[in-house]
Design a protein around this ligand. Structure first.
Ligand SMILES: CC(C)(COP(=O)(O)OP(=O)(O)OC[C@H]1O[C@@H](n2cnc3c(N)ncnc32)[C@H](O)[C@@H]1OP(=O)(O)O)[C@@H](O)C(=O)NCCC(=O)NCCS
Length: 224
């Protein structure tokens, strides 16, 4: 056991990162590698050319979160047999992965998460991280379709937040492939089936974990 003493806020951060690591393990998709990393002061300096293309006007906190996500992505890439290298940001904001690899990144104020997988198995991946708290009532009306409101469990206070997370993860998996902007109403989520239907056409499977945070992985399997 380490005898290093940390301020209690830092201890909380470390234990919530450990919980997130377990959630990632629980959701694990075959052939993928995922991880999380606390966002630390100085992570903004880790950004390589091309990784923070629209940095003008972004706060240091935002650049720091992006830096932590990129550090994590660079740690994961060698597990896919790719060298640790810059993961550029495309004009849409999506990360640009090296040939043969797909993946996704998310962060909150405290932690970054990322997943990578082989393109022979996955066309695309999407990851999202949300606080395990109520979605504000005004957002609920925007995020949920009438069908989702009807099917939701009225006793589950996190229903809206979970659907929000699923739609964000699905957007990250689908936008780089279809190159279309999606509204919340374009994505119809079936929590029981674990699938989301995008614009009535594309069916995207997902996995959700509800722990200290809500964590979602959406994935588009490659055709056999
Ligand atoms: C992309 C988006 C979903 C990210 O959500 P967020 O809560 O702001 O931030 P997150 O921490 O979850 O994710 C940020 C990461 O998403 C990734 N990302 C950004 N745009 C992306 C895109 N078009 N495709 C895939 N991934 C994208 C980036 O890696 C980004 O991190 P970085 O800027 O440090 O590189 C959001 O910014 C957005 O553009 N929303 C508009 C579309 C939408 O929400 N429609 C309704 C849902 S269908």
């Amino acid at each position: 056991m380490s005898n290093i003493s940390r301020p209690s806020g830092a201890a909380d951060a470390y234990s919530s990162e450990a919980a997130l690591r377990q959630d990632l393990t629980r959701l694990a998709l075959p052939g993928t590698h995922a991880g999380c990393r606390l966002i630390m002061p100085g992570n903004e300096a880790a950004l390589l050319p091309g990784e923070d293309t629209n940095s003008r006007g972004r706060s240091v906190a935002a650049q720091r979160a992006t830096g932590a996500g990129r550090l994590l992505a660079r740690e994961l890439l060698p597990m896919m047999g790719a060298p640790a290298q810059a993961v550029a940001r495309s004009p849409s904001g999506a990360p640009v992965w090296p040939r043969g690899v797909t993946g996704s990144i998310a962060h909150d104020d405290e932690v970054a998460v990322a997943i990578v997988g082989p393109t022979r198995s996955y066309v695309s991946l999407g990851i999202d991280l949300e606080p395990a708290g109520l979605l504000p009532a005004d957002l609920l009306m925007t995020v949920l379709t009438p069908g989702e409101r009807r099917k939701g469990n009225p006793d589950d206070p996190l229903h809206g937040r979970i659907l929000f997370s699923v739609k964000e993860a699905v957007y990250k998996a689908v936008q780089p492939i279809d190159l279309a902007f999606l509204e919340f109403e374009d994505v119809e989520v079936d929590l029981v089936a674990g699938t989301a239907v995008v614009q009535g056409r594309r069916v995207v499977p997902f996995r959700v974990s509800r722990g200290l945070r809500i964590l979602t992985l959406a994935f588009i399997p490659a055709e056999d």
